[in-house]
Design a protein around this ligand. Structure first.
Ligand code: HEM
Length: 186
């Protein structure tokens, strides 16, 4: 994945736990020191090594580490680095989710060699929707769950994840995530 993702992980650990913990994670991961150039694409093995090392140093299951990272991405890193882009993506959680593929499309000229996920939204009632997440990669559903929680915080519109249903697929990962919106009337 792009070095941008690695730098966001580094920022989260340093902000929340300090330089010392980050140093320990990089030592355990054994990734090359030049793995943090934001606009360079790295093998997914590098990303995986960083996440696994974070999970073992922090004594957290990988899924919990990924979810915490998704929350940080949505509430802290993306607003700081890509605030305008987020502002143009939607004024409420559903509109935002419906425009997510456009968001990734819009940055594909900068991030060439980019394999973004896809999100399709099916609205089932006034306050519930199912999001189909389709990824070329395995194991990142917890990251999506953290981002969805962060999205709820962004719009002050509590998002509750009510069901996560894996969808069988030959490669990558797919699942249907059902959410309910606590303040659907605004
Ligand atoms: C402004 C904000 C955003 C930027 C700049 C951005 C950029 C990126 C980049 C560079 C990657 C790595 C892809 C690769 O290297 O092949 C990525 C992956 C990903 N993005 Fe975004 N993204 C943004 C917002 C979001 C949001 C709001 C979501 C919401 C769910 C999201 C979900 C994901 C997921 C789940 C992945 C992992 C790849 C996968 O699932 O296969 N991103 N994004």
């Amino acid at each position: 994945m792009y070095g941008l993702i690695h730098t966001a992980l580094r920022d989260m650990v340093i902000e929340e736990l300090g330089d010392h913990t980050w140093l320990e994670i990089t030592e355990v991961s054994n990734v090359p020191s030049d793995s943090f150039l934001t606009m360079r694409s790295y093998d997914d093995e590098v990303t995986l090594a960083l996440v696994s090392a974070a999970s073992s140093v922090l004594k957290l299951p990988v899924a919990d580490a990924l979810e915490a990272f998704g929350l940080y991405w949505m509430t802290t890193f993306a607003p700081k680095e890509y605030g305008a882009l987020l502002d143009h993506t939607g004024n409420d959680p559903i509109q935002f989710l419906e425009n997510l593929d456009d968001l990734h499309d819009r940055i594909s000229t900068a991030f060439t060699d980019f394999k973004p996920p896809s999100f399709r939204v099916a609205i089932s009632s006034q306050n519930a929707a199912t999001i189909k997440y389709v990824s070329n990669r395995k194991g990142l559903t917890p990251f999506v769950l953290g981002i969805l929680k962060g999205l709820g915080q962004r719009f002050d519109n509590g998002i509750e994840i009510t069901k996560i249903e894996p969808v069988a697929c030959e490669r990558g990962e797919q699942c249907d995530i059902t959410i309910s919106l606590e303040n659907a009337d605004g």
